[in-house]
Design a protein around this ligand. Sequence first.
Ligand code: SF4
Length: 175
Amino acid sequence: MAKKRIATVWLCGCSGCHMSFLDLDEKLIDLAALADIVASPVADVKEIPECDIGLVEGAIANEENLHVLQELRAKAKVLVSLGDCAGFGCIPMLRNQFKNEEVLDRAYVLAESNALGSVPDQEVPALLPKVRPIHEYVEVDAWIPGCPPSPEAIWQAVSALLTGKPAEEPVLSYD
Ligand code: SF4
């Protein structure tokens, strides 16, 4: 049986969901027998390739997030959102109580760590008016909840998708 192809991306979050994915430890060996990781945030992949499963962590905060999400949705046969930020906005949505200008000022002008003292003209993706969960932009086939989801929950969901066997831990669907 041909190996399946998995692409993973992170959007606006803390990368903790991906860390939980990597905490699969020896199950990563089992996963490698079933699937190839064809794109991930730690690989230098310019364009998301066609894949069987897209795993996406994080909420949508800026235009770059939205572009990457739409590309992944177009390339993935099954799109799985990973974690509470992707599912309902969670921590990144705390930004929504501030205007975009205030957010940029806090990040780039008021932050003591900023040597520039101003918002850079380039290299900052345009913020969307509000941070939103990903299913408000694209169709999501399944959601693995948690902050982060446990490695076991991720394994149950991904291995179920790869093998067709039912998952023991809950994988919530938007259907
Ligand atoms: Fe980080 Fe939690 Fe959001 Fe995952 S759900 S990206 S662990 S804050």
